[in-house]
Design a protein around this ligand. Structure first.
Ligand code: ATP
Length: 142
């Protein structure tokens, strides 16, 4: 079986009233997910996540929150092959809401927690969002 490893981030921004909005991207295949992509040779997970954030959202400045990582695992079919994929998500705060998409995505949305939960396509991504929200509530948003 083919193995694939990606890294990405739950990106959020905070407005002056401390409302948190999460950045979701719509993949050209249709599903809504966080920014992520394959880990390249010589990169560690956070370097890959940082590069993917830049490539997929145009956001250059993010603050990574130490102590958070969410893991997702799934299988999908690529042509005839079954691929086992593991993705690690970091938590990253952006001061800017300006997004420049790559050609991998067809849309983006900054959404509050409830709308993000509804919009994310896969249950495993929804679980990472819930973990991120809990982490923010118990640390940053206190
Ligand atoms: P990457 O964003 O890591 O570069 P990619 O563009 O190849 O990867 P994925 O988002 O991993 O795309 O999608 C590959 C396949 O897996 C698609 O069929 C997609 O619908 C499916 N998929 C994506 N995320 C999940 C998930 N959390 N659970 C189950 N299936 C998923």
């Amino acid at each position: 079986m083919m193995e694939e490893r990606s890294a990405g981030a739950v990106i959020f921004s905070v407005d002056s009233s401390m409302n948190v909005n999460f950045l979701l991207l719509q993949h050209s295949a249709g599903h809504w997910d966080f920014a992520k992509g394959n880990i390249e040779h010589g990169e560690n997970e956070s370097q890959a996540a940082f590069r993917e954030i830049r490539e997929e959202t145009g956001i250059e400045t993010v603050h990574f929150f130490e102590g958070f990582s969410g893991k997702v695992e799934y299988y999908y079919r690529r042509e005839r092959n079954l691929v086992h994929k593991e993705v690690v998500f970091f938590l990253a705060k952006s001061d800017s809401q300006k997004v420049i998409l790559s050609n991998e995505h067809i849309g983006y949305s900054w959404c509050d927690f409830d709308n993000s939960l509804a919009k994310l396509t896969y249950k495993s991504a929804k679980e990472v969002l819930m973990q991120a929200q809990n982490f923010l509530k118990s640390t940053y948003l206190k």
